[in-house]
Design a protein around this ligand. Structure first.
Ligand SMILES: [Zn+2]
Ligand SMILES: [Zn+2]
Length: 108
């Protein structure tokens, strides 16, 4: 069954978005190592949901540690790299904000 592209009704879809399952034509398809997507937002969403599903409970501390290393690298990167990188680290920054808000016992 061939559906028409969600963006171009006159074109038949070549594939469908792995995230939102929208039929997309070849010119709309964004090919990433994670699969084909209709947009970069969908590829990002897919990467996040995939990471969440795969995350084992015991590995949570490792994940946080890895995230922290990533954050430090991110902050250094923000100062060094172009503003383009900022958008990417904005996501991580949101997570950091949450970590910051958790009261730690070092604060007396
Ligand atoms: Zn999509
Ligand atoms: Zn299209």
């Amino acid at each position: 069954m061939v559906k028409s592209c969600a963006e171009h009704k006159d074109r038949s879809s070549a594939t469908m978005c792995h995230q939102c399952h929208k039929p997309i034509c070849r010119s709309c398809t964004l090919v990433t190592p994670q699969g084909s997507f209709c947009s970069s937002e969908c590829s990002l969403l897919r990467r996040e949901s995939k990471g969440e599903m795969k995350r084992p409970r015991a590995g949570f501390v490792v994940q946080v540690a890895a995230l922290f290393v990533l954050l430090v690298a991110g902050f250094v990167g923000i100062h060094l790299a172009a503003p383009k990188a900022l958008k990417r680290f904005d996501l991580i920054g949101g997570v950091l904000e949450r970590i910051k808000n958790v009261p730690s016992d070092s604060h007396r």
